[in-house]
Design a binder for this molecule. Sequence first.
Ligand code: PMT
Length: 398
Amino acid sequence: MQGKRILLGITGGIAAYKIAYLIRILKKQGAEVRAIMTPASSDFISPLVVSTLTENPVSIEFWNKQTGEWTNHVELALWADVLVIAPCTANTLAKMASGLCDNLLLATYFSMKAKTIIAPAMDLDMYQHPTVKRNMEALLGDGVQIIPATEGELASGLEGQGRMEEPEQIAQILSVFFQNEGKKSSSKTVLITAGPTHEAIDPVRFIGNHSSGKMGFELAHLSLSQGHSVILISGPSVLELTHPNLTLIRVQSAQDMFAAVQEHWNACHMGIFSAAVADYRPEVFAKQKIKKNEEDFILHLVKNPDILSWASAHRENGQLVVGFALETNNAEENALGKLDRKNLDYIILNEFIKDVSGFQSETNKITIFDKDKKAHVFPLKSKREVAQDILSVVLTIE
Ligand code: PMT
């Protein structure tokens, strides 16, 4: 980030208070930061704070009423290596998408030659509104990189997708952006499998596992934030993710997941298979609820297709294949066995530590093995940080 010129656009949303922290991170990493605030944003963060932290005057209006000086939006746009609008409200998003230019930030956006990256933040129903989605799609088509809002508690007290991405993550995404700047193929299509599969026994029962989908959704979220397209094929999960570059396919069983992977695999540059797929399914699906008439009940299971092995065997044009392994014993040996047997480029070994690493936990402890069995060992981290570590190793841009 050293010496990079980052122009920050701040709009009027509650998440604006977090921008002070983002500025500090960027400055600490050696970036030069200037800020443009919309008039509404100064209700949420003081221009004095922004000016003090950026060590630069803050621009809000086209002209300063006291001094009569005019702010040259074209000069600001040409100065910047990147424009980051965070938080980006539904209002600013709509104006950017439709060409409305009634403040300094918008005039600067329309004058940008370098990339614009936005981090939207709004309440969950606003974020899901068809108009907002349409505007995001339009901006994506215009070459804007969109950091999806995250899930969690919102200022309204509701829970869902709508929170602005955290400052540390925005800084990390910017750092990846500068690393990949000028490279030929900066945007990839990534297929990700996530969550458990449910193998139906009868209309009300299934065989499943404890996977929540979190690891896969975090990988999808970060890939999208970095400007990639994602096909996320998820087993049953309560998690939500919306982004114009995302195709989210929800499935139930391993066979459904297999069919979706088969349909989409050849359109992808790489696949990250984080789903916990049931190895077996009931041979027969009982059309009616099974009654407990017998003392013993024997369920005959048959093997499910190995989706990862299929993708690996059907790769073309250098498609990269990344598998996961969650092991309770002989972890390294078992993971390396899967790396070989399934002919993978990488395998991510999850250490199973109840409630701490593996299913449902907020954190994971991983080791990434590459083709040559070289180990990249990581400490226990949040699944979001784990996604960062995984992508930094497996998603190389030429
Ligand atoms: O969803 P979370 O709660 O966040 O939990 C994340 C996770 C623990 C599920 C995830 O990080 C993980 O480790 N997933 C792989 C679980 C596992 O050990 O799978 P496996 O050993 O059965 O399979 C190895 C690999 O083959 C995996 O990449 C799996 O997706 C794939 N596989 C397995 C069987 C099958 N029929 N098809 C497959 O594609």
